[in-house]
Design a protein around this ligand. Structure first.
Ligand code: HEM
Length: 526
């Protein structure tokens, strides 16, 4: 709550400029291949001190192209990590002319790198995203900003978002959206031919996630879960899809094709649509705040109100940051929920354990609150395990900008790019026995030895880690606990076995349907 009289600034800037960061799809969609056939083991001995990247197994352009386009890894780059680890061991060099990096593919090397990370960690070139902002003079957000400016921006954005106790304040807002999700599941299954089937669940979860994150970031509902989505909201959804789907063309095609081919124009028009909507929502909030200030009323609100009235951010800077928070917070959360439900649907025993915990902690018609979630360790473990098996951001990057670094006994000069193979690392049976089994219990703090924490870090690590982590977790906990309370989720046998594709994030290779069987003891009026 803001008590003092505040004025909403509309001009000036205190940050901006500097390329970088990542859209998970862009930075992470580089792959590789090689001519080496036997595994290589790296040892950390004193003689390694003088080793450099020249001593590492090397992957060249044609190997990469062969693997991606002939062997079909283009869409399955996460699986390529497993394949390459078999061939080259835990550290290898990707040297494809335009893109050079050192791939780290073991938990030890990953930990070593992240513990040596710099004060202002960097993920790499993000000009794809900054270009539009430069064109329209919009501020950079947490993804695209770098260096000291990024650090200061994160200090502002982290407040009211990153601390576990911060997420509690969004519990009621999220629960309203969860109410609508549950109602929508009831409606969809009722109107299905079998009376319990919901088709294309990913799409429903996308709508839920977008509504959830928008209701936090815009402090208003945008109607994604309504029967007929409002036209403006639909345009916004289409713009997001358009921007992402034309990103790859923009990355792959040379600049001179931009005036000849339609792709770059469509990419830019996707951004236009995103910012048109975001600007409208933010301006509406700003006007409302200004009206209250002008009439000497208290200004009340949460995240957006805080950004607009408690920080020195200008509206253009707020547009930039809010748009990036929003884009980062939809596919990630919705696909994690989808994979979690997929795993639960195939494992009735785990699903039942979860149901027992949920119904014990939230008996009767009680709606779980953010605090109640802390009484449900198995619920948390289920999502943690789903993120281990399907880390929606399966690969990430770091560039050591300022300093040389030694990793795994090898010397790397500053400006070296490292790719972190999170997917393969989280499948390593040394860290996770029976890695392909869905075993949430491995995360319980019940006296058993816990896995190396770097084995699965789905939200990244350190000061550059995910800013939306607490919100994403709360959304998933509140939604999943309610779904499991009402329904037993069963697979739709007509769908068959689902594989993951490495697109913007890890997505399913087909539309997924579930049967939602209403639990007799939970039949409550909605
Ligand atoms: C299951 C859900 C999510 C997962 C698995 C996830 C994962 C990640 C990962 C792996 C990173 C990179 C961290 C690093 O480089 O160390 C990241 C960054 C980021 N995430 Fe998330 N994320 C999720 C949800 C969200 C949500 C809901 C938001 C917005 C509220 C969000 C906003 C961001 C932003 C802005 C960054 C860039 C931070 C920076 O560079 O300073 N994410 N996320």
């Amino acid at each position: 709550m803001i008590k003092k009289k505040v004025s909403v600034q509309r001009s000036g800037r205190w940050l901006l400029l500097c390329p970088t960061a990542h859209a998970p799809a862009m930075v992470y969609t580089r792959g590789a291949g090689s001519i080496l056939s036997s595994p290589v083991t790296l040892q950390n001995t004193s003689q390694d001190k003088n080793r450099t990247s020249d001593d590492l197994p090397r992957i060249k352009t044609w190997d990469m192209l062969y693997r991606m386009f002939i062997k079909g890894y283009y869409n399955r780059l996460h699986e390529l990590q497993l394949y390459e680890k078999e061939l080259y061991g835990p550290m290898y060099k990707v040297d494809t002319g335009g893109f050079n990096s050192i791939a780290l593919n073991s938990v030890e090397l990953l930990e070593e790198l992240l513990r040596k990370d710099e004060k202002f960690p960097s993920r790499g070139d993000m000009s794809l995203w900054t270009e539009y902002r430069d064109l329209r003079d919009i501020g950079y957000g947490p993804f695209t900003e770098e260096g000291d400016k990024w650090y200061k921006l994160r200090a502002v954005l982290n407040k009211r978002m990153l601390h576990p106790k911060d997420s509690v304040r969004y519990g009621d807002v999220i629960n309203e959206v969860v109410d609508d999700l549950i109602k929508r599941i009831f409606h969809l299954r009722r109107t299905s031919p079998t009376g319990d089937l919901v088709t294309d669940v990913s799409n429903e979860l996308y709508r839920f996630s977008l509504e959830g994150i928008s209701s936090i970031l815009f402090e208003t509902r945008i109607g994604c879960l309504d029967e007929g989505i409002p036209v403006e909201t639909q345009d916004f959804i289409d713009s997001i899809a358009q921007m992402f789907s034309y990103s790859m063309h923009v990355v792959m095609l040379p600049r001179w094709t931009r005036n000849l081919l339609p792709f770059h124009g469509r990419y830019i028009s996707g951004w236009e649509g995103i910012f048109k909507f975001a600007r409208k929502m933010i301006d509406m909030k700003m006007d409302a705040i200004q009206r209250r200030v002008d009439t000497d009323h208290e200004v009340e609100g949460e995240y957006l109100t805080y950004l607009l009235s408690n920080t020195k951010m200008t509206s253009k800077e707020v547009y930039g940051s809010v748009a990036e928070l929003l884009l980062a917070g939809v596919d990630t959360t919705s696909n994690t929920m989808m994979w979690t439900m997929y795993l639960l649907s195939r494992d009735p025993a785990v699903q039942d354990t979860l149901y027992q915990e949920v119904s014990r902690c939230i008996p009767g018609d009680k709606i779980p609150s953010a605090q109640d979630v802390n009484q449900m360790p198995f619920l948390k473990a289920v999502i943690k395990e789903a993120l281990r098996m399907y880390p929606v951001v399966p690969m990430n990057a770091r560039i050591m900008i300022e300093k040389d670094v030694i990793i795994g006994g090898h010397f790397f000069p500053k400006k070296t790019t490292f790719t972190m193979c999170h997917y393969a690392i989280s499948q390593d049976e040394k860290t996770f026995p029976e890695p392909s089994k869905f075993k949430p219990e491995r995360w319980l703090r019940d006296g058993r030895a816990r896995p190396n924490p770097f084995g699965s870090i789905p939200f990244g690590f350190g000061v550059r880690g995910c800013v939306g982590r607490r919100i994403a977790e709360l959304e998933m906990y509140l939604a999943l606990s309610r779904i499991i309370k009402h329904f037993e989720i069963r697979p739709d046998p007509t769908v068959g076995e689902v594989k993951a594709l490495n697109r913007t994030v890890l997505v399913a290779d087909r539309k997924i349907n579930f049967h939602f069987l209403e639990r007799a003891e939970e039949r409550v009026a909605l």
